[in-house]
Design a protein. Structure first.
Length: 581
């Protein structure tokens, strides 16, 4: 095995010499990825991991994860096909390999293998087959079968990741949007298998009944750890890959020709090129709904009705959480929707927030005159409220109490009506709301943001309606007059100077107010506002905001603390403390 891998590496090095820096599709990072993949391959197959895998199931799952989720994509990122062919001596390549590779039958075979259907089925079938007790036990007892198992894992993973990585010079057959579904459905089957293994009440592989206890592990606990590792580690790779595909799908910039030679124009680096961005508001159907102020208001009032139903059931319904709307909708289903929306889009949860419906209705009659105190214009109130929320959530099991859930919802509605009834702008959303702070901070890494379409148009704008608002009767797009007055951004974000999604609720008041239709929901670089040294409107430089850093750190800590609170060791420790109390 080692000799074969070294031979492939030598061929790759020989062939890559004439490609790096000369062909656009083969930059210098490709060989680095290939060598990293080879290094991890050695780590998985020729290190103590291979020996310990016969003794502990979770170590064996680490080995499989390295082969499937790390080695395969790294090797493909290295685009090994062309370099290895170039590394073969020309005589052999011309007289032996040439006619063979040009065979129509071989081309048909490759075309069949390199389809998304083949890759997905191979990935799932190999994973489920080799982890059945019969085949897994056979691999543990026979070194030959064990090598066949590892080879099939690597080959199946290469076929699967081929569609995602698209190694140069191969071109994808499916769109990036379709590949997102391809990837996430594969993640679902991996999750199902891992969950079955994690929650099984018996040991699947009898071999570990003898070996795991010798190393201080209970065999069933070893199996649970293995299943949990496959569950989480698989998503650590697949979910970022899905985000990458979403970002690539949102971009309308044409990809450069993969075989094109690199131009050597000195002026190229000094001349900026304007890229076209995906604009969700210009998407047929969805864009029209989002642009409609009436449609957004209807969605908010619909959610007000849903919140009312949850409160009624929480106060009057069954006291058991799983049997009550207050114990299921907010804590289970709604949280899943939040994660998907933030991962695939942006802060659409604040856009449709039911709290805004009665608040906007109140603002028709109540005109607040107070300005939020300058001493409180920071995230420290939000930090304190989020910390209190995290402690209460864990200490009082809020998800298990429908009555407490209903009281929290009532408290939120009362809070926004009181605060925004006294103070101008969106004071509750910007400075107080804990859930809003979570949405806005997490949307810093979302693929979409409310942004200016053409900065030149903003440079010539004199009205700045995006922040000042538009009065009733003002012209919209120089033709259609507005029926009602549109407020500008109540969170004091001036669109031309806005950076990222922090403090942006996606309310789209700026979109409604702009007379030039120059604000949209555009694709953006992942976490670009975090890396940007520029000052953002009403925010300043994020890197210099200690309060924002504290909020981000608290939410990160809370995520890990919440996850740890659901693990068996923590539950056993809490039970032990309670027993001795």
């Amino acid at each position: 095995m080692i000799v074969g891998i070294l031979g492939v590496v030598i061929l790759y090095v020989r062939g890559a010499r004439g490609l790096v820096g000369r062909v656009r599709g083969f930059p210098s990072w490709r060989p680095k990825c290939f060598f990293a993949g080879v290094l991890v391959l050695f780590l998985a197959l020729a290190s103590p991991i291979d020996s310990l895998g016969h003794l502990l199931l979770w170590v064996h799952m680490v080995q499989h994860w390295l082969l499937i989720m790390v080695v395969a994509p790294l090797l493909l990122l290295g685009a090994p096909g062309v370099p290895i062919l170039r590394g073969i001596p020309r005589v052999v390549r011309r007289n032996a390999l040439g006619p063979f590779l040009a065979s129509p039958f071989l081309r048909r075979c490759f075309n069949l293998l390199l389809t998304p259907f083949t890759g997905w089925i191979a990935f799932a079938l190999i994973n489920w087959t080799w982890h059945t007790p019969y085949f897994y036990g056979a691999a543990l007892e026979s070194s030959l079968i064990h090598r066949i198992e590892h080879t099939s894992f690597l080959v199946g993973a290469i076929l699967f990741w081929w569609q995602i990585v698209q190694p140069w010079p191969w071109r994808a057959r499916w769109s990036d949007a379709a590949l997102v579904v391809y990837l996430l459905t594969a993640d679902v089957q991996n999750t199902i298998f891992s969950a079955i293994m994690t929650f099984a009440d018996r040991v699947w592989y009898p071999n570990y009944d003898a070996t795991a206890p010798a190393l201080g592990f209970d065999a069933l606990r070893d199996q649970q750890v293995a299943g949990a590792f496959m569950w989480t580690a698989g998503q650590i790779v697949m979910l970022p890959a899905a985000v990458f595909l979403i970002l690539r799908a949102l971009s309308i910039v044409p990809r450069p020709s993969q075989g094109e030679r690199l131009p050597h124009t000195p002026a190229q680096h000094s001349i900026g090129t304007r890229q076209r961005h995906f604009d969700l508001l210009r998407l047929r159907g969805v864009g029209a709904v989002l642009r409609s102020r009436r449609a957004r208001t209807t969605i908010r009032w619909t959610l007000v009705v849903a919140a009312l139903m949850i409160c009624v059931d929480g106060f009057l319904g069954p006291s058991e959480g799983p049997s009550n709307l207050a114990g299921t909708l907010p804590w289970t289903h709604w949280r899943g929707v939040i994660v998907i929306a933030l991962l695939c889009g942006g802060n659409f949860l604040c856009m449709t927030c039911p709290l805004m419906a009665p608040r906007n209705l109140l603002r028709r009659w109540v005109r607040p005159q107070l300005r939020w105190p300058s001493q409180l214009r920071s995230k420290w109130i939000a930090v304190a409220l989020v910390a209190t929320w995290l402690v209460c959530y864990e200490a009082f099991d809020l998800w298990a109490s429908p009555w407490a859930t209903a009281m929290i919802i009532v408290g939120y509605f009362a809070g926004i009506l009181v605060i925004d009834g006294l103070f101008r702008g969106g004071s509750f959303c910007k400075w107080v709301c804990p859930i809003g702070q979570f949405h806005m901070t997490q949307s810093l890494v979302a693929p979409l943001s409310v942004s200016v379409i053409n900065p030149i148009t903003c440079a010539t704008c004199e009205g700045h309606e995006c922040i000042r608002g538009s009065p009733a009767g003002a012209a919209k797009s120089q033709s259609v007059p507005l029926r009602i007055a549109i407020p500008g951004c109540e969170l004091e974000l001036f669109q031309p100077a806005k950076r990222g999604n922090l403090d942006c609720t996606f309310c789209l008041d700026c979109v409604d107010a702009c007379p030039h239709n120059n604000v949209g929901i555009l694709s953006s670089s992942l976490a670009s506002s975090l890396a940007s040294p520029a000052r953002g409107s009403s925010i300043g430089r994020i890197a210099s905001r200690v309060d924002v850093a504290a909020l981000l750190g608290l939410l990160t800590f809370g995520a890990f603390a919440n996850a740890a609170g659901m693990t068996a060791p923590w539950i056993e420790w809490v039970a032990g403390v309670a027993a001795h109390a």
